[in-house]
Each structure stands twice: as C-alpha cells, then as structure tokens.
Design a protein around this ligand. Sequence first.
Ligand code: ZN
Length: 132
Amino acid sequence: MTTSDLKQQATATMMNAYSPYSNFKVGAAIQTAAGNIYSGCNVENISYGLSICAERNAIMQAVAAEGPAMKLAAVVVTNYNQNGESGACSPCGACRQFMIEFATPDTTVTYPGEHGDIETTADKLLPDSFSF
Ligand SMILES: [Zn+2]
C-alpha cells in the first residue's frame, strides 16, 4: 500500500473522530511489517487527560490483532480543524514514544507540514528516546 493509500485510509477514519472539545479531528493509518493496515482516530474525553490520539489508537489495534511482536512499517497522520482545513501538525511526544516501541530503523512517519506532507522516520522524530 502506498503512502497515498494510507493517507486516504487515515482521512476516512479521521472523519469518525470524537473531538467535541478541541474540534480538531485526527486520523492515522499504519502499515505493519506483516503488511496489514490499521487505522485510528482521536477520541477525546470530558476528563481531558483520558483522551487518546489517533496514532496510539491505531497502534493499539495493530497490537490487539497481531500480538506483541507487531512492528510498524509506516505511519501516516492527517488532521482536520473546525474550519475544514488541514494544518501543519506533527505527532505529539506521547505518540512518538509509543511509535518508537514498535518501530524499526526503517519505519516512516508522514504528517502534514507547513508546505505539504513531511516524511521522516520514527527515529528522527524522537532521537534519544526513553529506554532502560
Ligand atoms: Zn499523540
């Protein structure tokens, strides 16, 4: 599946976001090393700290389906604000750490930048990530 295909999947899932507090919908689609596709959207909560991002939602589904050996091949993120516009927004710190847990040195991450999509790697998004 291409990055464009993953972006379409992320966008479709994004439309199911539950974001009444931020009015900011986010979708993520991932392809695993096994070749399967999973997607997620942000799900907010009135107790804000309980909200979950689209990226972590998608990764949790992949682990639930494939088990703890699941590895990420690609992550694509999209967003949509209350004005119906996509804007530059990189994955949050929590999602970066979550991605690293299942990433390889080749895992790509694509997200909206100021001048179009940015494609990088999970390692570059979170250098010197937490580990013990
Ligand atoms: Zn996040």
